[in-house]
Write a protein that binds this ligand. Structure first.
Ligand SMILES: [Zn+2]
Ligand SMILES: [Zn+2]
Length: 259
């Protein structure tokens, strides 16, 4: 049975309404008037204007807006900017986990993450984006999880910025296995990139798009969003930006961000 993503989103809204949104912090369970209490909000590490605009890692110096690696590699990348809200830290991970794997708390966690993401994107102009596209979830994964977390995030952004959200033009052909089951060759970065690219199917509607914002939950290597952006570029999309709730860092990058 094919489960429509919007039905899953509606179910989550209904579920949250029936159970009422909690009046305690989602992370520490202390009393809070928002999803997270002030202490937990303060314990998060925020992506700031001192990260590379393309990869989201902390810049060693602030003389450039892109890190050295991105200055070299950018010409091969299909997307321009990456907007991220939080660094992937021990405080942020439980929030992401609730958003992805705990249906009863997912809507609260996603609303908090969506709000933080909106604040990041509001720093720049969002009015030039034609359409917001969540990274697709294979129907098999959707059945397992019961909801499409990047679609819910995309809907928050779409409502806030008044930009249409399209969740059906980009689809996944197959439900790819985890890295652990791949051969050594398949695990290499280039092979994985090609494999991911070939797995995205882009509908004809994309040919009318000029500027697209891709939404993901967490960026680690950016291989998935890069593969999707490459496929969209092949359809003639001129400008692609990416946003995600969390960005993983090396210990050095995280240390620079905390300063
Ligand atoms: Zn708290
Ligand atoms: Zn960079």
């Amino acid at each position: 049975m094919k489960i429509k993503p919007y039905l899953q989103s509606s179910w989550l809204f209904l579920h949250a309404w029936l159970h009422k949104l909690p009046n305690y912090c989602l992370l520490c369970e202390q009393t809070a008037d928002q999803v997270l209490c002030h202490s937990c909000l303060e314990a998060l590490v925020y992506q700031n204007d001192q990260v590379c605009i393309h990869c989201g890692l902390a810049l060693p110096t602030f003389s450039s807006r892109r890190c050295g690696a991105c200055l070299i590699a950018d010409q091969h990348s299909a997307y321009e900017r990456l907007y991220t809200a939080l660094a992937y830290t021990t405080t942020a991970v439980p929030l992401l986990h609730k958003a992805k794997y705990q249906p009863r708390q997912a809507l609260s966690a996603l609303s908090q993450l969506g709000q933080l993401l909106i604040e990041q994107i509001e720093l720049v102009q969002a009015d030039e984006i034609d359409v917001i596209v969540p990274v697709p979830l294979h129907p098999q994964r959707l059945r397992q999880r019961g909801y499409h977390q990047t679609l819910i995030l995309a809907n928050y952004l779409g409502q806030h910025f008044n930009i249409p959200v399209d969740y059906h033009t980009c689809q996944m052909k197959r439900c790819l296995n985890s890295q652990a089951t791949l051969t050594k060759t398949e695990r290499t970065s280039a092979a994985r990139q090609q494999r991911l690219q070939n797995n995205f199917v882009i509908g004809k509607a994309a040919k009318a798009w000029q500027r697209v914002l891709i939404v993901d939950d967490v960026i680690t290597t950016a291989t998935t969003v890069e593969a999707l952006a490459q496929q969209l570029k092949k359809q003639g999309v001129q400008h692609i930006d990416v946003c995600a709730c969390l960005r993983t860092h090396s210990p050095q990058s995280l240390q620079r961000l905390r300063k």
